[in-house]
Design a protein around this ligand. Structure first.
Ligand code: AMP
Length: 313
């Protein structure tokens, strides 16, 4: 599985990526998480990214690309990846296609999570994250008065960019810079879309159903990398029905098994016949010749006896 989850902030990309990651043993690669981690560790890149993140703006392509390149080069990403939050503009989409081509891991699908604006706002303002394990909750579904992570007991906090004024900015940035990618991936034949509202399990099921036809493409992954820039979707392998397959196999097996047997039988029969002829004919020929010779000798002897008798007379 090598996919991109596309959608507005708050559309549930992170939550669903975590579910798919657990189910399909592929790695979630979240640009937002990578950036937040860099900010928390106060790395040079983190310090550069911090201001843009807090303002709801996009961090520079250079910084994000560096982090993504580094992450995709790690061994676990070789089994597949779910890109969450990346790409976010057309430059990043171009850079991603180039990078994936270089490593021979082209995208199989881009899944758009379609969520209405009021739901997005409600989700983002109510989102709470565990400072310890990173689990995501929503105040709507948390029991009254609960402020600790139900998984590890860690402290729950609200992301600084989940405050209402920043949310408005993030949604604007999505409209102007990220939304055009929907058309881009549609043109490439990679886009699939699902309704990202309602029960979490149902959303996961919709995503799995939408991604299911990508399975044959996924199997073809070992083949040389196809250019993801082509607009035609990969052609499905010609269907071979099971009975037909079985029949073909049986036929071939039978043919393969039969041929040598037939050949061997024929060959050995001919050989046996020849051998018989040789063994029988040669001594018979020899015996015949010897008999002829003996008869000739006898006749000659008789003749000389007769001649001697005539001479005596
Ligand atoms: P997210 O967790 O995906 O909502 O991202 C949180 C913030 O990180 C965004 O509002 C941006 O400031 C920054 N960010 C995440 N991904 C990208 C990206 N692909 N390009 C630029 N900035 C990003």
């Amino acid at each position: 599985m090598r996919i991109v989850l596309l959608g507005a902030p708050g559309s549930g990309k992170g939550t669903q990526a975590q579910r798919l990651q657990a189910k399909f043993a592929v790695s979630q690669v979240s640009s937002g998480d990578l950036l937040r981690d860099a900010v928390a560790r106060q790395t040079e890149l983190g310090l550069q990214a911090k201001a843009a993140m807090e303002a709801g703006q996009l961090v520079s392509d250079e910084i994000v690309l560096g982090l993504i390149r580094e992450r995709l080069s790690q061994p676990d990403a070789k089994n597949g990846f779910i890109l969450d939050g990346f790409p976010r503009n057309s430059e990043q989409a171009g850079a991603l296609a180039k990078l994936l081509n270089e490593i021979g891991q082209p995208l199989e699908a881009v899944l758009l999570m379609d969520v209405s604006k009021p739901v997005l706002i409600k989700r983002m303002t109510g989102r709470r994250i565990c400072r310890n394990c990173g689990s995501v909750f929503n105040v709507e579904s948390l029991p009254d008065g609960v402020s600790a992570c139900e998984r590890c007991g860690g402290e729950l906090y609200q992301r600084p960019d989940d405050k209402e004024d920043v949310i408005t900015k993030r949604l604007e940035v999505y409209q102007s810079q990220t939304k055009p990618l929907i058309e881009h991936y549609k043109q490439l034949g990679l886009l699939k879309s699902i309704k990202g509202e309602g029960d979490l399990d149902q959303i996961t099921a919709r995503m799995e159903a939408a991604l299911a036809p990508a399975a044959p493409v996924q199997k073809k992954a070992a083949a040389p990398a196809a250019k993801p820039t082509k607009s035609k979707p990969a052609r499905k392998p010609r269907a071979v029905t099971k009975p037909a397959k079985k029949a073909a196999k049986t036929k071939t097996t039978a043919r393969v098994a039969k041929q040598p047997a037939k050949k061997t039988g024929k060959k050995s029969a001919v050989k046996a016949k020849k051998a018989k002829k040789t063994t029988l004919r040669k001594p018979a020929k020899k015996a015949g010749k010897a008999l002829k010779r003996a008869t000739k000798k006898k006749t000659l002897k008789k003749k000389s006896v007769k001649k001697k008798a005539v001479r005596k007379k």
